[in-house]
Design a protein around this ligand. Structure first.
Ligand SMILES: CC(=O)N[C@H]1[C@@H](OP(=O)(O)OP(=O)(O)OC[C@H]2O[C@@H](n3ccc(=O)[nH]c3=O)[C@H](O)[C@@H]2O)O[C@H](CO)[C@@H](O)[C@@H]1O
Length: 386
């Protein structure tokens, strides 16, 4: 009997699940690997769409769950949440004794996973390092890189940047982003095969989406969090004034999220917009299906830049959150001002879809990640090197 490598994957939020889902599948199916799944942070909370439910429905079982989100949605509670995560995840890793831990991308709390693994000399694998953006995610991403031993990045530019940060080139591999695997699964579907209103409920008017619709997802920017309410109001007015039916998604748990949610709720109650319907969360494949058949995505979600580049869906990227991220030609930028956003919506509404780009992967990342995890030398390299 072979000794399977125990790979512990920590999922702390909804977007991290869609960015690793195909790799989880491949790890589970791999004869030399054993998956230890840890679900933590906002992924366990109903207010943020309870990603844990979708994870369970997909057939993955959690080896541990960690409640760690402190109420407040401000910079202080982000730091404290990370602290709680560090205490808890340290114990989880101590008890599970994994051969390697995977930390995903850059959300603020992912640094807890990295510290808990690195201090205990457990080899740390970082997915999606080397990219550049705005928000606190930018700092956390590079800090995760420096704590990690193996870097599975999602594009060439990122691979070169991680090497420039001083990492061992042999341990930096461009696998592409697993979220593109999901996009490639649904790219050939000719029309939306579910009714979003029937399947997911949500709140707001019953919009007539069948002749074309927008998707909106705008998160607060942690470095501008006091302006979150003001920013979201501008987008709300622009989308309403466009008159195009829109599906609007709730923001994430970052500092400023209270302001964003408050803005959305106030606008909904006072303006009762005819053309907007609001959702908390969808299964990751359904979300991509919705994007694939939309006129465009608006906001600052990285989905506009990653999955939509592959799907060729036009994207209006608002503000500084995705600043400097590698982009394909489907993305145009806009400031926060409602008039500018509205004019960009009108411009893109006429553009139709773009050619598919593979800058973030070709749809085979999950399997490649599992194969690498089964073969690569696992040791806490840095502790040996220095
Ligand atoms: C500044 C920035 O970009 N920060 C990070 C943040 O992205 P970011 O905060 O932009 O991610 P979002 O919360 O917008 O979520 C995007 C992801 O969630 C999925 N989705 C969305 C709505 C839904 O109902 N169901 C669903 O599955 C999408 O397919 C997509 O893959 O977290 C990601 C995952 O750790 C990282 O890759 C990004 O680098």
């Amino acid at each position: 009997m072979i000794n399977k490598r125990k790979i512990c994957v920590v999922i702390t939020a909804r977007p991290s699940y869609s960015r690793i889902r195909s790799a989880l599948q491949a790890i589970e199916e791999h004869s030399e690997l054993e998956l230890q799944l840890v679900i933590a942070g906002s992924a366990l909370l109903d207010r943020y769409g309870n990603a844990a439910d979708f994870i369970r429905k997909d057939g993955f079982e959690a080896a541990a769950k960690v409640y760690m989100v402190l109420e407040g949605e401000n910079p202080t509670t982000m730091a404290k949440t990370t602290g709680i995560g560090l205490m808890e995840l340290t114990n989880v890793f101590y008890n599970l004794q994994p051969d390697a831990v995977i930390t995903i991308a850059d959300r603020f709390e992912t640094i807890a996973t990295s510290i808990a693994a690195a201090y205990q000399n457990i080899p740390l694998v970082h997915i999606q390092g080397g990219e550049v953006t705005g928000s606190i995610d930018e700092k956390v991403r590079h800090a995760n890189t420096k704590l990690a031993d193996i870097h599975l990045v999602s594009n060439e530019e990122a691979r070169e940047r991680v090497i420039r940060l001083g990492e061992d080139p042999e341990m930096v591999i461009n696998t592409g982003c697993p979220s593109i695997d999901l996009a490639s699964e649904i790219e050939d579907e000719e029309k939306l095969n579910f009714d979003p209103l029937e399947k997911y409920g949500g709140v707001g008017k019953n919009i007539n989406w069948k002749d074309g619709y927008l998707v909106v997802m705008q998160h607060p920017v942690t470095s501008e969090y006091e302006k979150a309410r003001e920013h979201i109001m501008e987008t709300l007015y622009a989308v309403r004034d466009s008159g195009i039916p829109a599906f609007w998604f709730w923001p994430n748990v970052d500092a400023g999220s209270d302001g964003t949610s408050n803005g959305i709720r106030t606008f909904r109650e006072q303006q009762n917009p005819e053309n907007i319907h609001f959702f908390k969360n969808m299964d990751s494949l359904d979300f991509l299906r919705l994007l694939r058949h939309s006129k465009m995505i608006i906001g600052n979600s990285s989905a506009g830049i990653r999955e939509c580049s592959y799907l060729g869906v036009p994207a209006i990227d608002i503000g500084s959150r995705q600043h400097r991220r590698l982009k394909a030609e489907n993305v145009i930028h806009s400031g926060y001002d409602r008039k500018e956003i509205l004019s960009k919506i009108n411009e893109l509404a006429e553009s139709g879809s773009f050619a598919s780009s593979t800058i973030y992967g070709k749809g085979d990342s999950g399997k490649r990640i599992a194969d690498i995890l089964a073969k690569i030398e696992l040791r806490s390299h840095k502790s040996i090197q220095y």
